[in-house]
Design a protein. Structure first.
Length: 144
C-alpha cells in the first residue's frame, strides 16, 4: 500500500506592510536615540565603553518590561510590540557595537577592562532583563 504524501511545506509569509512600517519607524527612532547618546557622551579609546554599556542595560530592562506587559496583558497589540520591541529597542541596543568595543579593548592591551566589560554587560543585562520581567508581571500583569 503506498504511503500518503506529506503536503508541500507552506512558504513563509511576509509580515503585513503595516507591521513592517511600524518596525521601520520604531527602528529609526531607536537609532536616532542611540546616535544622540553617542554624540552627547563620546567614547575615549581604551576606556570602559559606558554609553554602550548603559544603553544595553537600559534596553534589556525596558525590552523585558514592555515585552512582558504586551505579551501577557495586551497580546492584541502586536503592531505596537513590533514597533517598540523590534524597532525602537532593537536599534537602540547593540550587540555588534558591544562586540567591536570588546575586541578593540582586548587588542589595544586593555584585557582587564575588556574582561570587566564582558562580564558586567552579560550579567548586568541578564539582571536588568530579569528585573524588567519581574516588575512587569508584578505591577502590570498582576502576577505575584
Amino acid at each position: 500500500m503506498p504511503k500518503p504524501q506529506d503536503p508541500p511545506p507552506t512558504p513563509p509569509r511576509l509580515p503585513p506592510p503595516a507591521d513592517t512600517l511600524a518596525v521601520a519607524a520604531g527602528g529609526a527612532l531607536g537609532a536616532l536615540l542611540r546616535y544622540a547618546f553617542v554624540l552627547a557622551f563620546p567614547a575615549h579609546a581604551g576606556a570602559f565603553p559606558k554609553v554602550t554599556f548603559y544603553e544595553n542595560l537600559a534596553g534589556a530592562f525596558v525590552l523585558a518590561f514592555v515585552l512582558t506587559a504586551l505579551l501577557e496583558r495586551w497580546p492584541q497589540l502586536g503592531r505596537l510590540r513590533a514597533a517598540l520591541c523590534t524597532g525602537v529597542l532593537g536599534s537602540f541596543t547593540t550587540f555588534s557595537t558591544f562586540s567591536l568595543e570588546l575586541l578593540a579593548l582586548g587588542s589595544s592591551g586593555g584585557r582587564q577592562t575588556a574582561s570587566l566589560y564582558a562580564v558586567l554587560s552579560v550579567t548586568g543585562g541578564l539582571c536588568a532583563a530579569a528585573s524588567g520581567l519581574w516588575l512587569a508581571r508584578r505591577y502590570v500583569v498582576g502576577r505575584r
